[in-house]
Design a protein around this ligand. Structure first.
Ligand code: PEP
Ligand code: MN
Length: 354
């Protein structure tokens, strides 16, 4: 994937890149009022859903193309950039016609390769940043597939939005963060910017501050936060939207730790030690496995069963007690010992069945 900056001219490149605005454009007044408050607080990119994918029919399905006029007015009167979600080719053409500056693909659309391909083809040859939300299901390959479809038509200003993954059993979060998934995405594509959407992860406005902080601590590049001039009366996602003054407070409270400082000499030296220790750990585990194999051969020759419960109990209790003395978490040690034991049993079973 060839990646270039998603930054728009004049937008501060320091973290976090902030995109804020209502879940949905509802009325011209609501859009303009929210926009003016955001612009006064220095927000440079506004979001507003024009076409809304709703779980069930009958809800507010977005104002449609009419709202694009309002976004154009936002640009003219506040100088902010504007962004919206596109789910079909028609959405792409309409948004481009009205000068929308940044597009995103919603979570339900990312899960549909036909729709993503159609959007990608409509965007071929257009120089615009496009952000891809994770699919609703926790499938990293599907997320990457959507990014690749955009990349394959020649788009380079591509980024990802982490908005959490849906689950049947909603407890704290509306969509489970499953942070390891965007972290793995970052590991595979270090230059791909990732924006966190704490509004859709949390589903409640109280969760936006801690989720935003967590995203910053994990090194995400930006935040997209649903902001509405009168959140309680919002036509969609009322519980998770904040007011512009609250957004300002959330952003001011963020502690931004500088990712680059992590490569100071001290840290490099410590990391070198960790690498060496990991080498030794692997050598030791490999050696232990080889001995385990020898034991397996011995057991086979002498017609012994593989699992000798007394011996396993002895190893577990002795080493867990030792770990506790060494100030390690006994549960952590149990998990490690059990994994090693399981693999030894598998290796010995292999020998027995040869
Ligand atoms: C949205 O951003 O308002 C939206 C519909 O989000 P998602 O695609 O993450 O559900
Ligand atoms: Mn929303």
């Amino acid at each position: 994937m060839k990646l270039e900056s998603i930054l728009l001219p004049g937008v501060d490149p320091t973290r976090p890149l902030v995109i804020a605005g209502p879940c949905s454009a509802e009325t011209e007044e609501q859009v303009m009022e929210t926009a003016k408050e955001l612009a006064a607080d220095g927000i440079k990119i506004m979001r507003a859903g024009i076409w809304k994918p709703r779980t069930k029919p009958g809800g507010f399905e977005g104002i449609g193309s009419e709202g694009l006029q309002w976004l154009k007015r936002v640009k003219q009167e506040t100088g902010m950039y504007v962004s919206t979600e596109v789910a079909t080719q028609k959405h792409v053409y309409e948004a481009l016609k009205y000068g929308v500056d940044l597009l995103w693909i919603g979570a339900r659309t990312t899960a549909n390769p036909f729709a993503v391909q159609e959007i990608a083809e409509a965007l071929q040859g257009v120089d615009i940043p496009v952000l891809v939300k994770n699919p609703v299901n926790p499938d990293l390959e599907l997320w990457i597939g959507a990014l690749e479809r955009l990349s394959n038509v020649g788009l380079t200003r591509i980024g990802a939005i982490h908005r959490g993954f849906s689950s049947f059993d909603k407890k704290i979060y509306r969509n489970l963060p499953q942070w390891h998934i965007p972290i793995e995405l970052k590991r595979r594509y270090p230059d791909l910017p990732i924006i966190c959407d704490p509004s859709h992860i949390g589903g409640k406005r109280d969760l936006i501050q801690p989720l935003s902080q967590q995203a910053m601590d994990l090194g995400f590049e930006g935040l997209i936060i649903e902001t509405h001039c009168n959140p309680d009366c919002a036509w969609s996602d009322a519980a998770q939207q904040v007011t512009p003054p609250r957004l300002k407070e959330i952003l001011a409270n963020l502690v931004i730790r500088d990712g680059n400082k992590q490569t100071t000499e001290d840290l490099t030296a410590l990391r070198r030690q960790i690498d060496e220790l990991d080498d030794q750990l692997l050598e030791l585990i490999a050696k232990r496995m080889r001995i385990s194999q020898e034991i397996g051969t011995f057991k086979k020759e002498h017609g012994m069963t593989i699992v000798q419960t007394d011996r396993y109990d002895e190893i577990l209790s002795k080493r867990i007690a030792q770990a506790t003395e060494m100030k390690m978490n006994p549960e952590f040690m149990r998990v490690i010992l059990e994994a090693i034991h399981e693999e030894s049993v598998r290796v010995q079973l292999d020998i027995l069945n040869k």
